[in-house]
Design a protein around this ligand. Structure first.
Ligand SMILES: NC(=O)c1ccc[n+]([C@@H]2O[C@H](COP(=O)([O-])OP(=O)(O)OC[C@H]3O[C@@H](n4cnc5c(N)ncnc54)[C@H](OP(=O)(O)O)[C@@H]3O)[C@@H](O)[C@H]2O)c1
Length: 283
């Protein structure tokens, strides 16, 4: 099979380049300069010229706070471009693996969100990602949507890198403790995606939650990053979201229930601390 990966210079796309290295299938990695997913014509041409069977869409507008000011741009990439990919997949009988987010939820729950729970995004990024999910459904294409949360990796900018740097260079930092979720190592999500492809499970269309196991606040996550990095000289204090205002409102609770993913695909998911250790080893 030929598998097209979009947005492949990002965190997940880069992790997929590693995870697919030993695959018997042919992966083609593209980012915006080779294939801009906002252009339906370019997508159609690319699929026809390369005989694409599967598209893994790692492209997205992911600047959560900036999206409050640039919702139209976020909408172009997270919704309209996703519709382009989905309708192109429908037309060419290809399968789409698309990535969505925990930020489609309001965070008012106190138990992990299942795929059946009602989305109610609080911010522009969440709204555009939810619209993208709906576009995939409307296209009627064969599609697996994986909702993930708090993605980090050895690639690009992310919370793990920021906290490692801050706890190395500062004697004291504050981190919010009233937002609870689960970090996800992009390497694990990439392995899960390649396993779905390699094990012939692409026909299992639907929406699935995928993050690491367990839960923590950003404060807990920061403490564990500092501990595992050996940065013990920095005092980490907890604060509230109200004390650390951001442009975009984020859910206070966005833990995802992974039962459906584990039972459907038979793929085990590592616990978040264990995965953090794998990532930190790579630095
Ligand atoms: N990061 C998180 O914490 C998080 C949490 C939950 C869900 N997710 C979802 O997980 C997926 C992967 O996230 P990530 O962190 O790997 O994202 P990322 O690092 O921001 O990578 C996204 C990539 O898409 C590219 N891109 C942007 N517009 C494009 C276009 N029009 N055509 C083609 N490529 C384009 C970006 O290029 P430029 O950099 O040049 O714009 C970038 O290389 C996304 O769907 C995201 O919404 C992420």
């Amino acid at each position: 099979m030929t598998i097209l990966v979009t947005g492949s210079n990002g965190q997940l796309g880069s992790a997929l380049q590693l995870a697919s290295a030993a695959s018997r299938h042919s992966y083609i990695f593209t980012d915006v300069e080779v294939l801009d997913i906002t252009s339906r014509d370019s997508i159609d041409r690319f699929i026809e010229e390369n005989g694409v069977d599967v598209i893994v869409n790692c492209a997205a507008y992911t600047a959560v706070d900036l999206a409050e000011e640039q919702e139209t741009t976020a909408e172009e990439i997270n919704n309209k471009a996703v519709a382009n990919l989905a309708f192109a997949c429908k037309e060419h009988s290809a399968t789409l693996i698309h990535i969505s987010t925990d930020y489609i939820f309001s965070g008012k729950s106190t138990i992990p969100y299942t795929e059946a729970d009602e989305p109610a995004p609080l911010c522009a990024y969440g709204r555009t990602k939810l619209a993208g999910e709906k576009a995939v459904a409307e296209s009627g294409c064969s599609a697996i949507i994986l909702r993930t949360s708090w993605l980090y990796s050895e690639f690009g900018k992310n919370f793990v890198k920021t906290i490692r740097n801050l706890t190395n260079s500062h004697s004291e930092i504050k981190v919010v403790a009233d937002q609870v979720g689960t970090p996800t190592y992009a390497g694990d999500l990439a392995e899960a995606i390649t396993t779905i492809i390699e094990s012939g499970q692409l026909h299992k269309s639907g929406t699935y939650n995928y993050s690491n196991l367990g839960e923590c606040s950003w404060y807990d996550f920061a403490c564990e990053i500092a501990r595992q990095s050996g940065n013990n000289g920095c005092k980490i204090e907890s604060c509230t979201s109200a004390e650390y205002p951001t442009k975009a409102e984020r859910p206070h609770y966005s833990v995802l229930n992974k039962k459906k993913f584990i039972e459907t695909f038979g793929i085990a998911i590592p616990e978040w601390r264990e995965s953090l250790a794998k990532c930190i080893k790579k630095f």
